[in-house]
Ligand binder design. Sequence first.
Ligand SMILES: C[S@@+](CC[C@H](N)C(=O)[O-])C[C@H]1O[C@@H](n2cnc3c(N)ncnc32)[C@H](O)[C@@H]1O
Ligand SMILES: Nc1nc2[nH]cc(C(=O)O)c2c(=O)[nH]1
Ligand code: SF4
Ligand SMILES: [Mg+2]
Length: 210
Amino acid sequence: MIEEHIQQQINKGEMLPLMEDFYTIQGEGFHTGKAAYFIRIGGCDVGCHWCDVKESWNADLHPPTSTDVIVENAIKFANTVVITGGEPLMWSLDYITKKLQLNNIKTHIETSGAYKLTGTWDWICLSPKKTKLPLEEIYLKTNELKVIVYNKNDFKFAEEQAKKVSENCELFLQPEWSNKEKMTPLIVDYVMKNPKWKISLQTHKYINIP
Ligand SMILES: C[S@@+](CC[C@H](N)C(=O)[O-])C[C@H]1O[C@@H](n2cnc3c(N)ncnc32)[C@H](O)[C@@H]1O
Ligand SMILES: Nc1nc2[nH]cc(C(=O)O)c2c(=O)[nH]1
Ligand code: SF4
Ligand SMILES: [Mg+2]
C-alpha cells in the first residue's frame, strides 16, 4: 500500500512512477532524428499484445519519484522532452509539463489517448489502439497520428482514425516491429497509393540506441 502522503503527491503530479529516463534521439514519427530526453512513466492497461515495453505495465514496480528531481535531470540535457510510458496519461501531467516549459523545454507526449488529457503540450503524438480507443477530446489537439500496422486490418483502422484528427495533423503508419518484414512492403505500397500518409520506422532499433 502506498502511503497517504505519497498518494497525495502522485495525485497532484508532484511524484510519478518513473520507469526510466534517458537522453537519446527520437526514433519515430515526425521528430525522428531530434535529440530528446525521454521520461518513461510506468503503468498501462491498454494491453497491446505486441507492446515493446511490457515491463512498464505494472506501475507498482516503478517507484514513485519526485517530479522536481526528474525535471532537474532532464533540463541538463536537451531542449525537448518526450514523456512516454506505459501510458503517461494515467497520471496527472500538468505539474511536470508546466515545470519543463518554465525551463524553456519543449514538451512532447507519446500516448494512446485512452485517458483524460492533462499537461500542456508542444507536440502530441497519438497512437490509437483498438483495445482501448482514445477519448474524443484528444483528436483535434493531436499533432501527429501514428498508427501501428500489425496486419492488413490496421489500414482500415488507420483511415477511420484519420477522419477524427484535424486537417493539419501529420499522418504516419509504423510497422509493428516483430512483423515488419511482412508489413513494411505493404506500408510502402499503401503510402505510394495514399500519399497523405508517411511511413515511420523505429529507427532507434536499427541503430541500437535506447
Ligand atoms: C511503448 S508506447 C508508450 C506510449 C503509449 N502507451 C502509446 O502506446 O502511445 C510508445 C510508442 O511505441 C509504439 N509501439 C509499441 N510497441 C511497438 C511495436 N512492437 N512495434 C512498433 N511500435 C510499437 C506505440 O504504438 C507508441 O506509438
Ligand atoms: N529512441 C526512441 N524513440 C522513441 N520514440 C518513441 C518511443 C517510446 O517508447 O515512446 C521511443 C523510444 O523508446 N526510443
Ligand atoms: S498502449 Fe502503449 S504502453 Fe500500453 S500496451 Fe499499448 S503500446 Fe504498450
Ligand atoms: Mg519505445
